[in-house]
Design a protein around this ligand. Structure first.
Ligand code: FAD
Length: 493
């Protein structure tokens, strides 16, 4: 065994970000890291963040977490996508699923073949060619061989934090309870030297991870890394969250229901529903938002609580010897449930770039570039839902339909509108089919498609599409009800 001193990593904050970071470092780095996490029960966590996307399955696998155990402990359900109600126009619905649609050719995505087939008389909608979508809408789920069903989870955020804490502590992370009252900077380097806690305690470290949520106590409060405000693209700034009894059996999808100044979420867990309303305070009063939320959920199980936020990103998420992860690093509103994923990316990235002694500016630069690409791509995807809509029925919708958008998004929308094409760049999170489902779901109609789609004869096209539909129908017919499957899988039945 090497006698090299372990790197002292201090994590400030014990929300989802703090404990995901702690459990992953503790499990992966072992004795090479001396790991401490400081959290304050009195301050608590944000208490939302319950809908996830598929890469979390992989994160759990990296940590060696047995899935049934995880699902029992976090009261999780499976998620196959998001049902968007009232987004294209009031009364319309579409589903953004995690699956692939139909069959791609390397030169052209399935949408090209579907657009061509529709011209030849195909009547069935694009939605009919995605297994996850058809299963989700029918409330069905099962694990299929070779991971044929791409899924994520709905989790109880508090229970998930507790679960990860247990793992991290078992793997050697030291947890310190207390309020950080001061961040001490090294007089010479300007790096963080130590955290001071109430009760005269001082915790030194080599690297500090700021997981203190929107406060950004280290990255902003002490290091003033700066914040780039994106509220001109993401105007929602308020939410009210509640937990309620179920109105029906938990479905394997999140619901995002647009209203005239934002949207509402419904996240079905095993034991309860997570629900909330997101809105722009300039267009809807807090009381109206509250009434709207409480009028649409089951019996509340907790007192609803308010959250204020601002869309944007830290100018540097890694600055000096501090890395900001989770809400401390930046935030794109939760419409596509991507923040836990950004945490996961930051956690794995930080472990890959773990300093060996002195912090390298190159590591920090690399981390910042990669994180920034991720969050910008997610921002564009979320902004798409507001920009591409036929809704003009309220000042909010007229505002978002008219707002300027990032050039990167403009290019994506126009390319799709003119040619039906979508390209996934720089390991982008959302694959071609995600963009296609949301762009078509929001009402963008491609004016053309790839010429290769015309290559097949009419009878071949008919057979291909019929076979695709038949395969999906046959598979879905064999699937159990999602809630029954979850109960069995978790050993409750
Ligand atoms: P927090 O949960 O706020 O944790 C901060 C921690 O820092 C706490 O432990 C706190 O005690 C500690 N702390 C703060 N100050 C001090 C101090 N002075 N001393 C000691 N400790 C301190 N993400 C998704 O992926 N899916 C979703 O569906 C989703 N929904 C969301 C809905 C809304 C309305 C919002 C606002 C966010 C949502 N998110 C979602 C984001 C998600 O909630 C967060 O990414 C996730 O919970 C991680 O939060 P965090 O750990 O960064 O911060």
């Amino acid at each position: 065994m090497s006698d090299k001193k372990p790197v002292r990593v201090v994590i400030a904050g014990g929300g989802t970000a703090g404990w995901m970071m702690a459990s992953a470092i503790a499990r992966t780095m072992g004795h090479t890291v001396d790991l401490t996490l400081v959290e304050s029960e009195a301050i608590g966590t944000i208490g939302v963040g319950e809908s996830t996307i598929p890469p979390l399955v992989n994160f759990n696998r990296i940590l060696g977490i047995p899935e049934p155990d995880f699902m029992r402990a976090t009261q999780a359900t499976f998620k196959l996508g998001i049902l968007f109600d009232n987004w294209k126009h009031d009364g319309d619905s579409y589903f953004h699923s995690f699956g692939l649609s139909g069959k791609d050719h390397w030169s052209a995505g399935f949408q090209h073949f579907w657009l061509n087939a529709r011209e030849r008389g195909l009547e069935q909608p694009y939605e009919d060619y995605c297994l996850e979508l058809v299963a989700g809408m029918q409330g069905k789920f099962a694990h299929l061989p070779e991971d044929r069903m791409n899924y994520a989870y709905h989790v109880d955020a508090t229970l998930y934090g507790r679960y990860l804490r247990k793992l991290a502590e078992a793997d050697g992370c030291t947890r310190v309870e207390g309020k950080i009252s001061r961040v001490e900077l090294d007089g010479e380097s300007g790096d963080i030297a130590a955290l001071h806690l109430d009760g005269e305690r001082r915790i030194e470290g080599d690297m500090f991870v700021d997981c203190t949520g929107f406060r950004g106590l280290l990255i902003d409060g002490a290091l003033h890394a700066g914040f780039e405000d994106w509220s001109h693209w993401l105007p929602n700034d308020s939410a009210i969250a509640v937990q309620s009894k179920h109105l029906g059996p938990p479905m394997p999808y999140t619901q995002a229901i647009a209203h005239d100044a934002g949207w509402q979420w419904r996240i079905p867990l095993q034991h309860r529903m997570g629900a909330g309303i997101v809105y722009t305070s300039g267009y809807l009063s807090r009381d109206e938002a509250y009434d709207r939320l409480m009028g649409s959920v089951g019996e509340p199980l907790i007192e609803p609580f308010d959250i204020k936020f601002k869309g944007g990103v830290r100018r540097k998420q890694w600055f000096r010897n501090c890395v900001a992860v989770g809400l401390a690093g930046g935030f794109v509103e939760p419409l596509e449930a991507t923040t836990v994923h950004l945490i996961q990316r930051a956690v794995l990235r930080f472990i890959r770039l773990m300093p060996n002694g002195r912090v390298s500016e190159r590591d920090a630069q690399e981390f910042n570039d990669q994180q920034r690409t991720d969050i910008e791509q997610i921002r564009d995807f979320v902004v798409l839902h507001y920009k591409a809509t036929n809704r003009r029925d309220s000042p909010f919708w007229r505002h978002v339909a008219a707002m300027p958008i990032p050039d990167s998004l403009q290019q994506k929308i126009e390319l799709f509108r003119e040619t039906g094409r979508v390209f996934r760049k720089n390991e982008e999170l959302f694959a071609e089919n995600s963009w296609v489902q949301v762009m078509m779901g929001q009402g963008i109609e491609p004016q053309s498609y790839h010429p290769i789609a015309a290559k097949l004869r009419d009878d071949e096209v008919e057979r291909l599409f019929q076979t695709l539909r038949d395969n999906i129908a046959e598979t879905v017919a064999t699937l159990p009800e999602h809630h029954a499957y979850v109960a069995r899988y978790c050993g409750a039945e």
